[in-house]
Design a protein around this ligand. Structure first.
Ligand code: ZN
Length: 197
């Protein structure tokens, strides 16, 4: 239904690619590959990340193995939309930081013919579907599902296991805090899970 809501009257119809998966699944490197290809094709590219995710590298996307792409750290969906205005191709990393408004912003960008590529975590640390990724997948022309090897058995993992207690409500973390886990080797943390409406 949401796809029907897109404006079809424009000459160039935008396309949405969603790169989803657990932590350490290679989502950012895949996003960079898309953006580099677009840039090499001469298209105007803007990559955005959320300011909450910009503590260490505010002006670029950076992968665990050191690949980089220039990026703008934005405060919210409104700033994302403003920064995307001049671009033909818009990349968004760590989409889960942008919250429930992001699908509508993506639809607005698509409606004016932009190509949008969004990468993000699609399950929270309780293993629940994590907005807005499920909603973005439902809108996507293409979903690239990425997996990391389970830290226990090596099978493809779609979840990430919290390895240390949550302190002061800070759920963000890196390799010290989380491991990729398949569903067999995943157990949710002993905290009440959030309820997403
Ligand atoms: Zn496993």
């Amino acid at each position: 239904m949401a796809r029907e809501a897109r404006k079809r009257s424009i000459s160039v119809d935008g396309r949405l690619t969603v790169i989803a998966g657990c932590m350490f699944a290679g989502k950012t490197i895949r996003l960079i590959e898309h953006l580099e290809a677009a840039r090499a094709a001469g298209r105007r590219v803007v990559a955005c990340k959320h300011r909450l995710d910009a503590r260490y590298h505010p002006d670029r996307l950076v992968t665990h193995d050191g690949r980089e792409f220039p990026a703008i750290a934005v405060a919210d969906c409104a700033e994302l939309a403003a920064r995307a205005d001049a671009a033909e191709v818009v990349g968004v990393d760590e989409a889960q930081f942008f919250g429930r408004e992001l699908p509508a912003v993506c639809q607005t960008l698509l409606a004016v013919g932009k190509t949008v590529i969004v990468a993000g975590i699609d399950h929270d640390m309780w293993g629940q579907p994590f907005p807005p990724l499920p909603q973005l997948k439902a809108l996507a022309d293409k979903v690239e599902q990425k997996y990391a090897p389970c830290a226990v058995c090596g099978q493809p993992a779609e979840l990430h296991q919290r390895m240390v207690p949550v302190v002061d409500g800070n759920l963000v973390g890196g390799p010290r805090e989380f491991q990729p886990r398949c569903r067999t080797h995943f157990s949710p943390p002993p905290l009440p899970p959030p309820v997403y409406e």
